[in-house]
Write a protein that binds this ligand. Sequence first.
Ligand SMILES: [Cu+2]
Length: 77
Amino acid sequence: MLGWLKEAGMATTTLKIQGMTCNHCVMRVAKALKALPGVQDAKVDLAKAEAVMTYDEAKATKETMAAAVVDAGYKVV
Ligand SMILES: [Cu+2]
């Protein structure tokens, strides 16, 4: 697939997340992030306690992504 191709206007950012303890948490956070408009991909890493998002800068912001993580029940640090 062409997932590695960087599209115009796409950016990546990382959020440090506290409170994830298992793969269910990882899936929950990933689902919450991917549900946001403009978020193309979210890779959540349990060991690193972080999420890396690929997103459209015109549609999503780090603040809305952090808010989605908090809404899912976790803490952004
Ligand atoms: Cu869990």
